[in-house]
Ligand binder design. Structure first.
Ligand code: HEM
Ligand SMILES: [Ca+2]
Ligand SMILES: [Ca+2]
Length: 301
């Protein structure tokens, strides 16, 4: 069982230290909040929120292709380094990931979320676990709903948490399936659920950025650094970046919610608070389960 103020006695400055480190890292590099927010999703969906994503080594989750573009690890490591000086062995890497993501949202203009703590770190991480537990941009609403419900998350949570794509970037390779390439390397749009002008803009940016695997595009071009409801406004006008984003406005089960969030940032934010708490509580290890790692990239020996 997670509790509020779990570190009140054992490490009262824990959340303050995390916030400060996230803040200075983000000021230095505006891509950090997006990276930290994506990290908690990839951690919590595989083995629960237990920092399994941080374990380094052959065949760990981090080595799966779906995880190669993750970032923000250096921020988690610097938080941990400071915490090990002030309160050695007390604050788990799993809690650091969750709190850092929470702070990243608030720092970019999103809602404040008070989250419970006391997550313990796992001692297991396998790449073979990733594919079956993560969503892919080609997923249908059915497939995403099924995956989310296997984590205790509802269709509402799916629509709400997808709003994370209001910040951050994506590699062009992840939107490649929305275009077809002719023999001379030119791209044309083939996805009817994508706005034509937006599609052309995407192709231009991707081609200008060099090869498709390294070029980056913004998830939410108008307000890519701001956690707002612009993502849903984009979906309504068929400017969702991934096919899995576009699908949310094509399907009757999710369309109404998308339209609602597009008209009310307030309702998106209050839904976010609930859904984010659920995301960060998936299969948490507490009490005597797992451990508190001394270094986030390897379990204790
Ligand atoms: C529902 C299914 C989802 C799919 C298929 C999906 C897929 C993706 C993909 C392909 C990228 C681009 C990665 C890259 O090329 O660098 C991305 C980025 C991102 N995703 Fe998702 N995602 C989903 C849900 C979520 C959720 C639930 C969250 C968090 C709550 C999230 C947060 C992010 C963030 C913040 C980024 C930007 C990362 C950065 O700036 O480095 N995504 N997502
Ligand atoms: Ca995990
Ligand atoms: Ca935005």
């Amino acid at each position: 069982q997670l509790t509020f103020d779990f570190y009140a006695a054992s490490c009262p400055s824990a959340e303050f230290i995390i916030r400060n480190t996230v803040q200075s890292a983000s000021l230095n590099d505006p891509s950090i909040p997006g990276k930290l927010l994506r990290l908690v999703f990839h951690d919590c969906f595989v083995e629960g929120c237990d920092a399994s994503i941080l374990l380094k080594g052959n065949g760990t989750e981090g080595s799966d292709p779906a995880n190669l573009s993750l970032g923000g690890f250096s921020v988690i490591d610097s938080v941990k380094r400071v915490l090990e000086i002030f309160c050695p062995g007390i604050v788990s890497c799993a809690d650091i990931i969750a709190i850092a993501a929470r702070d990243a949202v608030e720092m970019t203009g999103g809602p404040q979320v008070r989250i419970a703590t006391g997550r313990r770190d796992g001692r297991f991480s396998a790449a073979s676990n990733v594919r079956s537990n993560m969503a892919d941009t080609t997923f249908s609403i059915d497939a995403m709903t099924k995956l989310f419900s296997s984590k205790g998350l509802s269709v509402n949570d799916l629509v709400t948490l997808s709003g994370a794509h209001t910040i951050g970037t994506a590699h062009c390779s992840t939107v490649r399936d929305r275009f077809k390439e002719d023999s001379r390397g030119r791209l044309t749009g083939i996805d009817p659920s994508l706005d034509k002008l937006y599609g052309e803009e995407l192709m231009r940016e991707c081609l200008a950025g060099g090869d498709l695997s390294s070029a980056l595009v913004s998830n939410d071009p108008q307000t890519s650094l701001s956690f707002d409801n612009q993502y849903y406004k984009n979906l309504v006008v068929h400017k969702g970046l991934f096919q899995s984003d576009s699908a949310l406005v094509e399907d009757e089960r999710t369309k109404n919610m998308v339209e609602d969030f597009a008209t009310s940032q307030e309702r998106f934010f209050s839904s976010w608070v609930e859904s984010f708490r659920k995301l960060t509580s998936i299969k948490v290890k507490t009490g005597d389960a797992g451990e508190v790692r001394r270094s986030c990239s390897s379990f204790n020996r």
